[in-house]
Design a protein around this ligand. Structure first.
Ligand code: PLP
Ligand code: COI
Length: 383
């Protein structure tokens, strides 16, 4: 029998609804009138895909400058939100988001991977978009609250996890161009399998020549919706040309490899060196990127953050100096790049398959996230 939310979830939650928590703000718990029946949920979890299936609950926190800032937090049923048609986000795209995952570990406990880094980057994005900071502890508490309510939605299979999508947008109804005074922070969750249909199989990458993603001084380092909106046409161009993802070059010289639409890149060479493009402000400072730099160094490789050109990429792949290229991110984990399709035709990395280091690093990273490899860095946070 399905118990109503007020019976089912609350005893598992880390705090009583009427008490303040580590974030110092009460979360009001709104009962769910009709949570998904367990058999339906378990059936859906068998093949969740990516970003198509959603859990029963969501967190909403309101911000109003006139009310002293962040003031009302609720954990309630996931439902449509109503928005004034003049809400600033709909006109000037004042919006940011994060992407992170809760993993089921061997012993059935749940863990997050470096969530404090997401909290920090969220605020860095907020500052670039002239939005208010969300206290990091409040961000983390919202995650704890939602995962506690929806913990049965975390897929248990090796490729599965609960993708968490915190986001914030300007909700003030006002058409003048200035930072809004009212915002909403919302957290939703989506059980996911692999981001790419082929799982960890090598992907084919389209080099965008007609479009760039971010210019110096722009918003490339912020996780804001507009960057992704701008990537859709080149991404569609890539798909029309039989590719899985698009790689962007720098906006000034159209020469330096920056990143994919939703992933950072690493190039592994035959002399034990690795290059990843530097954080110059036009690419997203990936948390997976930062973790891989450490893991690759622990493998004895010399990792350098330095510019790498598209012409060099092709030349090194052709001579065989370049052994592997990997794309990484929360959604894509570590994915091998097999083939690159540029304006001068196609080139293949290594044999076009999954390289040894890509495999090894992916297994180490996933092992830490899933609790089967010792977390010597203290990267996981148990829930
Ligand atoms: N680059 C872009 C544009 C992204 O959207 C993402 C995904 O979040 C990444 C890189 C990888 O970042 P992370 O490893 O923090 O998920
Ligand atoms: C993530 O990896 O979390 C992202 O936000 C990338 C997006 C393409 C799903």
């Amino acid at each position: 029998m399905e118990l109503p939310f007020s019976f089912l979830g609350l005893e598992n939650l880390p705090c009583e609804p009427t008490h303040t928590n580590r974030a110092g703000m009460e979360f009001e718990h709104l009962p769910h009138p009709a949570p998904t029946p367990a058999d339906k949920r378990d059936e859906a979890l068998k093949d969740p895909g990516f970003g198509k299936l959603f859990t029963d609950h969501m967190v909403v926190i309101d911000y109003d400058e006139a009310k002293g800032g962040w003031h009302k937090a609720t954990l309630g049923p996931r439902e449509a939100i109503s928005l004034d048609p003049a809400a600033a986000v709909l006109h000037y795209a004042q919006e940011i988001f994060e992407g992170m995952k809760a993993y089921k570990q061997g012993d059935d406990t749940l863990a997050l991977f470096r969530p404090e880094q997401n909290a920090r980057r969220f605020n860095e994005s907020a500052r670039r978009m002239a939005m208010p900071d969300l206290p990091e502890e409040l961000f983390l508490e919202s995650i704890r609250q939602l995962v506690a309510a929806d913990r049965d939605w975390v897929p248990g299979d090796p490729d599965g996890s609960l993708y968490l999508r915190p986001f914030m947008f300007a909700s003030e109804a006002f058409l003048g161009v200035r930072p809004a005074k009212q915002y909403k922070y919302i957290l939703i969750a989506s059980p996911v399998g692999p981001y790419f249909k082929g799982g960890a199989k090598p992907v084919k990458i389209w080099v965008s020549r007609n479009y760039t993603r971010a210019a110096p001084g722009g918003t490339g380092a912020a996780k804001t919706g507009g960057n992704y909106a701008a990537s859709l046409v080149p991404q569609a161009e890539g798909i029309e040309n039989g590719c899985d993802q698009v790689v962007f070059l720098d906006a000034v010289e159209k020469k330096w490899v920056e990143e994919l639409g939703g992933m950072n890149l690493f190039f592994v060479f035959d002399d034990g060196t690795v290059i990843t493009p530097p954080l110059t402000g036009t690419i997203l400072p990936g948390i997976t990127r930062n973790s891989l730099i450490e893991l690759l160094r622990e493998e004895g490789l010399q990792v350098r953050e330095e510019p790498y050109s598209i012409d060099q990429w092709r030349a090194d792949a052709t001579t065989g100096k370049l052994l592997e290229t990997m794309a990484c991110g929360t959604a894509a984990v570590v994915t091998p790049v097999g083939t690159v399709l540029g304006p001068d035709g196609e080139f293949t990395i290594g044999s076009g398959g999954t390289g040894q280091m890509t495999n090894k690093i992916r297994e180490r990273l996933v092992g830490i996230q899933k609790g089967s490899v010792e977390d010597t860095h203290g990267w996981t946070m148990k829930l």
